[in-house]
Design a protein around this ligand. Structure first.
Ligand code: NAD
Length: 253
């Protein structure tokens, strides 16, 4: 039987790169994304078993997604809770509280929601791998990005707690912490941080790459390679870990 893989935020960026790799490897892939246009595009262009429009922070929408998965897949082998947004940039005294809360709802509650459901299914199966996309922002402090950083640190706490709850059931839980990933999203983040800090986008880009031992951004494929390994039998003794794919961050902004 081919592996049954669920990816949230699978409509673009890292999530789509992951979905494409799993499909190449013969898995059945279900993605959800909150952007209806990308869901349509993905269902037209790729052999997804399920492409579903749902917001990870909305319990009712996610319940419908989960019901559809169980109807078609009857179980889940890999849950990759990947959906995330950059959230607002600004100092903690000035930041809009609604924007702060929304960022945590999507990045942390959204990840919890998918993982919570998958853990129930996997406990019964007595096997499965849950992977979160955290960030190097979940390993360091970053000025002016407190909501994103708090959510991504929260994911690591969730990873370690869930790993301890689920080890007895043969279910592993890990988090990947990508550094700055080349692509459209990082360009958006750089624009936002440039506005909040007064530094130019190019100066910030340099700070990010020069702040790593490898003096480089990472690619989506670097993150996908780690995810595929963590979901495989080769990683059968790896759980409760936050694994950075970042060229080793030496300092942040
Ligand atoms: P992206 O914006 O290219 O893709 C994210 C996808 O998630 C989009 O298709 C978007 O529509 C979807 N999405 C956003 N909010 C959603 C919601 N509420 N419900 C469902 N889907 C939603 O970004 P990406 O770079 O591929 O990011 C994927 C993950 O990687 C995120 O969790 C992000 O925080 C994390 N990450 C990214 C970087 C980076 O540099 N790009 C670095 C570290 C961590």
């Amino acid at each position: 039987m081919s592996r049954r893989v669920v990816i949230t935020g699978g409509g673009s960026g890292i999530g789509l790169a992951l979905a494409r790799r799993y499909i190449e490897e013969g898995a059945q892939v279900a993605i959800c994304d909150s952007d209806m246009a990308v869901v349509h595009q993905v269902s037209k262009n790729y052999k997804m078993a399920i492409s579903f429009c749902a917001d990870v922070s909305d319990s009712d929408q996610m319940e419908s997604f989960h019901c559809r998965i169980l109807e078609e897949f009857k179980g889940v082998d890999v849950m990759h809770a990947n959906a995330g947004v950059g959230g607002p940039a600004g100092s903690v005294d000035l930041i809009d509280h609604k924007d702060w809360k929304r960022c945590v709802e999507v990045n942390l509650f959204g990840a919890f929601h998918s993982a919570s459901w998958a853990s129930g299914v996997m406990k019964k199966q007595k096997t499965g791998s849950i992977i979160f996309t955290s960030s190097t922002s979940g390993l360091f402090g970053v000025p002016n990005r407190s909501s994103y950083v708090a959510a991504k640190w929260g994911i690591i706490g969730l990873t370690k707690s869930m790993a301890m709850e689920l080890g007895d059931y043969g279910v592993r839980v890990n988090a990947i912490c990508p550094g700055a990933v080349s692509g459209v999203r990082m360009e958006r983040v750089l624009s936002m941080e440039s506005e909040a800090s007064g530094l130019s986008k190019d100066a910030l880009r340099k700070v990010y790459s020069e702040g790593t031992a490898m003096r480089s951004f990472v690619s989506e494929e670097d993150v996908v390679d780690m995810a595929i390994f963590l979901a495989s039998e080769k990683a059968s003794m790896i759980t409760g870990q936050a694994l950075a794919v970042d060229g080793y961050t030496e300092r942040t902004v």
